[in-house]
Design a protein around this ligand. Structure first.
Ligand SMILES: [Ca+2]
Ligand SMILES: [Ca+2]
Length: 389
């Protein structure tokens, strides 16, 4: 087992010296009995290793920190009064502040829930941390579950964050959340570099962001040419309203997949809540002009019997026992091509029943001539042609 060195990193501290200084709670250069007991308790609480605890106990036994690590403890210079106020970090919209007892520390992955107080919207542009004394703790990468562009709505809304931390970042221990006037960060888990999960460790976090303007009906949104177009896009059934399935099944789904922004999903939700698109963007939705149902419509234009035009009243002399040809002219005056049934009858008796091929709706005249009959009586009779699709 490697022994602890005063200058090399230990499992949870940037050096053996920092380990001893951490347990010297009253900063007098001496590990008291009570301070050594705290180290033993932390070992039994799985917060530090046995080796680290033994190193602290050694300093207790030897009477001072510098007896173990020469030069580690320096008499603190008197603090000037008043205490200088910490320099605000440019762009910080929420800062957990500095941890008074930042060790024990380890690299690892922190998962938590972030709330930024106030009103309106902000874009999260960076998440940073503070290093422990003597270390270089930093954020290597971060993500926030907040839709396209990492936009958040201020207020009471919680967003899942994941922060990957390197070296020895500052931690708050034994806490489930850190809250101040700007926001709240809640602990979900911190999985350290040794694979151990802590549910009450929160790193010092600085959330950098910028305010965002509200979306409007007429100006471009992050994903659409206007707020109106955004609402029309999610009105999938084109009825001028955003129904619950259009909000949850389409807009929120797209937000989850980072296809639209938080401002956009709330804009759609506003139209859902108000019951119509035009309640949010007056005049945005217009009733679509109904497209006419495609229907073929037949129109008999004239009927010929053996090449002679049947007169208007449909009556013509004919010769008994002589086969006569019937030719029926017609047009399709509808708005869709279609086949037609043409029925020719005289005195109520069907002479023939013809099915046409598909006829284009071009209004031009077509005809059928495969209809014959043989009159069995002389005289003048009524002949009638009808057409149906
Ligand atoms: Ca002490
Ligand atoms: Ca709808």
């Amino acid at each position: 087992m490697a022994s602890i060195s005063c200058t090399e990193p230990t499992v949870h501290f940037s050096s053996g010296c920092e380990l001893l200084r951490h347990y010297d709670a009253d900063n007098d250069g001496i590990i008291s009995y009570a301070e050594s007991v705290k180290a033993t308790q932390d070992y039994y609480g799985d917060i530090i290793t046995q080796e680290e605890a033994e190193f602290v106990i050694t300093a207790y036994q030897k009477g001072s920190i510098n007896a173990v690590c020469p030069g580690c403890y320096t008499t603190p210079t008197p603090t000037p009064t008043p205490t200088p106020t910490p320099t605000p970090i440019p762009g910080a919209i929420f800062d957990t502040g500095t941890s008074a007892s930042p060790y024990p520390s380890l690299p690892g992955v922190f998962k938590g829930k972030l709330t930024i107080k106030g009103s309106g919207y902000a874009k999260i542009t960076d998440i940073r941390t503070r290093p422990c004394p003597g270390a270089a703790g930093y954020v290597s990468s971060w993500s926030i579950h907040a839709g396209k562009g990492d936009e958040i709505k201020r207020g009471t809304y919680e967003y899942d964050i994941e922060v990957h931390l390197a070296s020895y970042p500052q931690f708050f221990h034994g806490v489930d959340k850190i809250e101040n006037g700007d926001g709240i960060v809640k602990a979900v888990s911190f999985v350290d570099a040794n694979g151990r999960t802590h549910t009450d460790w929160i790193p010092s976090l600085i959330i950098i962001g910028e305010a965002l303007p509200e979306l409007t009906c007429d100006n471009p949104t992050p994903s659409f040419t206007s707020g109106c177009e955004l609402l029309l896009h999610y009105d999938k059934d084109k009825d001028g309203k955003i129904e619950s399935p259009e909000l949850s099944g389409n807009a929120i789904k797209d937000w989850n997949e980072k296809k639209i922004s938080t401002r956009e999903v709330y804009f759609v939700a506003e139209a859902w809540g108000k019951g119509s698109i035009n309640a949010v963007c007056p005049g945005c939705y217009t009733t679509p002009t109904p497209t006419p149902t495609p229907t073929p419509v037949g129109d008999i234009t004239r009927v010929e019997l053996d090449g002679k035009l049947l007169p208007e009243n449909g009556m013509l002399d004919w010769t008994v026992n002589k086969q006569a040809a019937v030719k029926v002219y017609f047009r399709n005056v509808g708005n869709a091509a279609g086949e037609f049934n043409i029925v020719v009858a005289y005195n109520g008796n069907t002479i023939c029943n013809v099915r046409t091929d598909s006829v284009p709706a071009d209004g031009k005249e077509y005809y059928v001539d495969d209809c014959v009959f043989t009159p069995n009586a002389t005289g003048t009779h009524t002949i009638k042609a009808t057409i149906t699709p």
